[in-house]
Design a protein around this ligand. Structure first.
Ligand code: PMP
Length: 360
């Protein structure tokens, strides 16, 4: 067989769950509740559904390779030029394009312990060295991350809020960090859960691009916009960075349905507002459950709550599964005593709570 590059051999494949209907059959259950992948429980935006139906007849054509309309919309929203935007097949694609564009084998990429798994993955895939900096209170220790920069460091990934811990960095913390990082290092600020952060606390990160040409901000349509299955995300950066990323990007990396859906959902302000509201209420519901039952949890700014169950965490995970409740073990993130529970609709959260009370 062909030999993979040295980085690939060290990789563990991304652990996604089984298809829901398969799991349901296996467990002999009539109904399952999936709270495992930080998806939007609200259902598809009706405006998106209508637009997708109309788009079907165009599927014999290739998508617009440059995503003209979506980029124009995003540029207007973020008050940047369309040339500063790079579209991706989900923001994972953007993260991978960034690593492949800027990092060579043997160079270094810094990320935090317990941070999103795709950072080590894209780093190792190109044979670069991943430097995982120990977490502070489950979140990023930005001082230690800045101190870990060497001549070989090319990129730093910062997730805000972070997955799977839900931890959040303030505007001041990020600005201090950006001031410390030398300009030869690209800082990727991954804001996949940005829309869930209360408005007054959101960092005006895209406005900072003028002052920090080494900053890249990534966002996604998978979470609050409810389009995880379509795969659409984007990066906002300097035009120079976007131009380089564009050389690596596959020409048709975002398909026609995704482009259309993303364009339409950006205008569906009611949907976004409702998604954020459902999340706030569901978060309150789960937090209250934890407080009543005496479970420690990591306070979260995302659409999920990571709860500590001690050494019984995997046992609880299995028992929940047999009750038809799918949550996410986070042992792969060095959090073997925790489970991550995505916020669902009120009745889905209640189903989790009822199953927990039954398991005892
Ligand atoms: N960043 C973070 C922190 C995430 O949690 C996720 C989704 N799990 C992503 C990026 C990627 O999401 P997508 O590729 O669906 O945009």
């Amino acid at each position: 067989t062909a030999a993979a590059n040295s980085g690939v051999k060290k990789l563990q494949p991304y652990q996604a769950g089984k298809p829901m209907d398969e799991l349901q059959r296996e467990l002999g259950l009539s109904h399952v509740v999936k709270l495992a992948s930080n998806e939007n429980p609200l259902g598809l935006s009706e405006k998106v559904r209508t637009a997708l139906q109309a788009e079907l007849s165009n599927l014999i054509r290739y998508p617009d390779a440059n995503g003209f309309y979506l980029k124009s919309k995003l540029a207007e929203l973020h008050r940047v030029e369309p040339q500063q935007i790079t579209l991706g097949n989900g923001s994972n694609d953007v993260l991978e394009i960034l690593a492949r564009t800027f990092v060579s084998a043997e160079e270094e990429v810094i990320f935090s312990q317990h941070a999103f798994v795709v950072y080590p993955l894209v780093t190792q895939a190109i044979g670069a060295k991943g430097v995982a900096v120990p977490a502070k209170d489950y979140g990023h220790d930005l001082e230690a991350m800045a101190a870990a920069v060497t001549d070989k460091t090319k990129m730093i990934f910062v997730a805000n809020p972070n997955n799977p811990t839900g931890t959040f960095l303030t505007t001041e913390q990020i600005k201090d960090f950006l001031d410390k990082v030398p300009p030869h290092v690209i800082v990727v600020l991954d804001e996949a859960y940005y829309e869930y952060v209360p408005e007054p606390e959101r960092a005006p990160s895209i406005d900072w691009l003028q002052h920090y040409p080494n900053l890249v901000v990534s966002r996604t349509f998978s979470k609050a916009y409810g389009l995880a299955g379509l795969r659409a995300g984007y990066a906002v950066s300097s035009t120079e960075i976007a131009d380089l990323m564009n050389r690596i990007r596959q020409p048709f990396n975002v398909n026609a349905l995704s482009l259309k859906a993303a364009e339409v959902v950006l205008d569906d302000h009611d949907y976004l507002q409702q998604a954020v509201q459902v999340n706030q209420q569901g978060m309150k519901q789960l937090v209250e459950f934890c407080q009543q039952q005496g479970y420690d949890y990591i306070p979260s700014y995302g659409n999920f709550l990571t709860i500590e169950f001690g050494p019984k965490a995997m046992d609880i995970y299995e028992k929940l599964l047999h009750e038809g409740i799918i949550v996410r073990p986070v042992g792969g993130y060095q959090l073997p005593n925790h489970l991550r529970v995505s916020i669902g609709l009120k009745e889905e959260n209640q189903a989790f709570i009822d199953a927990m009370l039954k398991i005892g």
